[in-house]
Write a protein that binds this ligand. Structure first.
Ligand code: NAD
Length: 269
């Protein structure tokens, strides 16, 4: 029940009907007796500036989760950014401070790492391949670098995106070895699909099928795609004896990070 006293958080994107955050947050708020609610906002892009002006003045709104396609366009319009959001030029969560200032962070990478840690993965000194240098791939690569991987292989058919990410990471983490491209999956501790390939019923793999023969059971294989939960890549990895991590696990593992940044949940929920 939303009452006059209820404090709000929001999720903004377009389209919005597919997002799971409102169910997840509202279930937690109800189960924990909090007078809080999350609403979903499907926003037109020509309304972004007016939306931010409203957020600044919206006194019973604590914050807003940001999803596709506004993670980059909103980042440049806020009053402050975390170091990682500034480096990535992308936000997936905004906090509204009591004075109306809007501060942004990007916790996609933390969500990914939380889920991986829950399986016993420790990034320090490890070798990881991230497929996709877009919004979520960049956030995951940044979080892996911050958590201490020693070697990061990056791949994306978009050459500019790929070199921009390699340059950004090279500056932020000078000790990290970065390769753009990969020839095999041998010797990897972690393989991440951070591209949309494998979504829906496409049945597609984000890499050449022949390379899967080089995958060893000790490699953790992760996907960001949430539907289907077991993507063709995850199915192939599981068949080869690898531990797997789904996009749904990653999304669930960052709820506490999103809620804590907005000040409406503890970090671990
Ligand atoms: P994006 O468009 O910013 O980036 C996708 C990138 O993947 C592009 O740069 C594209 O060139 C690249 N790509 C395409 N095919 C590739 C391949 N075969 N190998 C390597 N790179 C390839 O999109 P995004 O915002 O980063 O989102 C990517 C996916 O992540 C979407 O499916 C989105 O739904 C999902 N996502 C999941 C979570 C979660 O919590 N599970 C969070 C955010 C996004």
């Amino acid at each position: 029940m939303i009452r006059g006293s209820t404090e709000l958080v929001a999720i903004v994107g377009s389209p919005i009907a597919q997002v799971k955050s409102p169910e997840n947050f509202n279930t937690w708020f109800a189960a924990n007796g909090r007078d809080l609610a999350m609403i979903a906002i499907d926003l037109r892009d020509n309304a972004l500036d007016a939306f931010l002006a409203s957020l600044r003045g919206w006194r019973n709104l604590r914050g807003c989760v940001v999803t596709v396609p506004y993670k980059q366009s909103l980042a440049g319009r806020l009053d402050g950014l975390s170091a990682r959001a500034a480096a990535l030029r992308s936000v997936n969560v905004i906090r509204r401070d009591a004075d109306g200032r809007l501060l942004g962070d990007n916790v996609d990478g933390e969500g990914f790492l939380n889920a991986a840690r829950a399986q016993g993965f420790d990034a320090r000194g490890k070798r990881a391949l991230v497929l996709g240098a877009g919004g979520v791939g960049s956030a995951i690569a940044y979080a892996l670098a911050e958590a201490g991987v020693s070697r990061l292989l990056l791949a994306d058919p978009g050459a500019e995106r790929l070199s921009a990410l390699a340059e950004l990471l090279g500056k932020a983490f000078p000790a990290l070895t970065i390769d753009t491209g990969y020839a095999s999956l041998e010797g990897l501790d972690l393989l991440v699909n951070a591209s949309p390939v494998g979504m829906g019923d496409s049945g597609e793999l984000p890499l050449p099928a022949a390379l899967l023969d080089g995958l060893r059971p000790a490699t953790l294989v992760a996907d960001v795609v949430t539907a289907p939960e077991i993507t063709p890549l995850l199915a192939a990895a599981r068949a080869r004896g690898c531990a797997i991590q789904s996009g749904a696990q990653m999304a669930r593992a960052q709820l506490g990070n999103l809620g804590a940044f907005m000040g409406v949940t503890p970090l671990e929920i």
